[in-house]
Design a protein around this ligand. Structure first.
Ligand SMILES: C[S@@+](CC[C@H](N)C(=O)[O-])C[C@H]1O[C@@H](n2cnc3c(N)ncnc32)[C@H](O)[C@@H]1O
Length: 389
């Protein structure tokens, strides 16, 4: 995988921005905000025309800093080079233990994560990638059949790529409750209507399904001139949501307790970009959003406990649900109602035992104080160091 690094200032300035904006039909000073079509055209142009490979990225925002888990690395070894060269992700949005699941990748690009998911779900599972950029879809589609039948040895491809907008998955033919796992890697920040994306994700997920995804977030609301800048937008910085606004959007869409799994800060070292961005700090965060009726906005105590069975591939000794819950295999843990639902009633349920129900309520679940570290990504009331950890 290429580590993109930071390009010299000259590469980031007006010529590229002007080219991107002009080709998108936007004025060279920036994209007309409020015009969703102009934002999408600018993004499409960036990923279809401006970038040829991940080496052309101007910042390290669309680069994965953390090494993927061993099973993902094994799967990556079989993925065609052309697919890998056009990878622009910022995280590792693939949980383990997903055999047999129906996976949907939002903004699948050249398809890297879909190719890995196709291996992890096995022949009984299926993977659909949705993207709006023809050039990216063409690469993803080109190798799909041969990869599935020859590299993976399946009788037929279990992976397909659909042209569509992630704000309107119905138009792309994705039915209600038809997906077990939605993944996405460095894409939602590019959408001009993030609320619509989350609403659509909630619609297409089956009860007990999950959105597991990596994206770029900011520690504040960004000013217009940053959000309008075509290169900053294309590089996944301009459209980054203030993390607290993201949590509010999740709750409105029906995901009451967003759980952060991992957070890493994105360094912007280029002086020209730094001066545009000011004090703003950016983070790549992997979030987990469960579609479960039993998940609440606060951690409530029903006297429940769970035990991980050690059965998820790659996690024989312990399983990390989020940044404040790691369960050693074979050991019982007291958990709040939302955590009990996440491990007991979701697709993870076959790997956990849960005891207790909600017939008695004992008040708020005891949690310790949140750590001081920015950007306090977890939406839930359960905090690291608390009783549920
Ligand atoms: C940063 S790239 C990431 C691609 C891929 N997930 C990866 O990790 O390589 C963003 C991708 O999202 C797609 N995209 C951005 N906004 C979109 C939208 N509103 N609807 C559909 N696709 C979108 C772009 O076409 C591009 O391929």
């Amino acid at each position: 995988m290429s580590c993109c690094g930071t390009k010299p200032a000259a590469a980031i300035g007006a010529p590229v921005a002007a080219a991107a904006a002009a080709a998108a039909g936007a004025p060279t000073t920036g994209i007309q905000m409020g015009d969703d079509a102009a934002v999408k055209a600018s993004v499409q142009n960036y990923y279809g025309e401006v970038l040829a490979t991940s080496d052309d990225l101007k910042t390290s925002a669309c680069c994965t800093a953390v090494a993927p888990p061993p099973l993902v690395r094994q799967a990556l070894a079989k993925v065609p080079d052309e697919v890998l060269e056009k990878y622009y992700g910022c995280g590792s949005p693939l949980p383990m233990g997903i055999e047999g699941l129906r996976v949907l990748d939002l903004g699948s690009g050249s398809g890297r994560d879909c190719y890995v998911a196709a291996a992890l779900v096995g022949e009984r599972g299926s993977v659909t990638g949705v993207d709006m950029t023809q050039a990216q879809l063409a690469v993803a589609r080109k190798h799909a059949e041969v990869y599935c039948t020859q590299a993976l040895g399946y009788s037929a491809a279990n992976m397909r790529f659909v042209e569509g907008q992630i704000e309107d998955l119905a138009a792309a033919g994705i039915q209600d409750s038809s997906v077990d796992l939605v993944i996405s890697n460095c894409v939602i920040n590019l959408s001009p209507d993030k609320a619509a994306v989350l609403r659509e994700v909630h619609r297409v997920l089956a009860e007990g399904g999950e959105m597991f995804f990596s994206d770029v977030y900011c520690d504040r609301r960004l000013p217009d001139q940053v959000r309008k800048h075509p290169v900053l937008l294309g590089e996944c910085l301009g459209g980054a949501l203030y993390v607290q606004d993201f949590i509010r959007l999740c709750r409105t869409a029906g995901f009451q307790d967003p759980r952060a799994l991992s957070t890493s800060e994105i360094e912007v070292r280029d002086p020209e970009l730094q001066s545009l961005l000011g004090e703003a700090r950016f983070f790549s965060i992997t979030y987990r959003l469960f579609k479960l009726a039993g998940v609440e906005t606060t951690c409530e105590d029903y006297g429940q406990a769970c035990r991980y069975q050690g059965t998820i591939p790659g996690h024989p000794h312990s399983y990390t649900l989020d940044d404040h819950h790691t369960f050693a295999a074979g050991k019982w843990y007291e958990v709040c109602g939302s955590t009990a639902a996440m491990v007991g009633d979701s697709w993870l349920g076959k790997h956990f035992e849960v005891i207790g129900d909600r017939s008695r309520h004992f008040g708020l679940f005891e949690c310790g104080p949140a750590p001081a570290a920015a950007p306090t990504p977890s939406g839930g009331a359960c905090a690291p160091g608390g009783a549920c950890c």
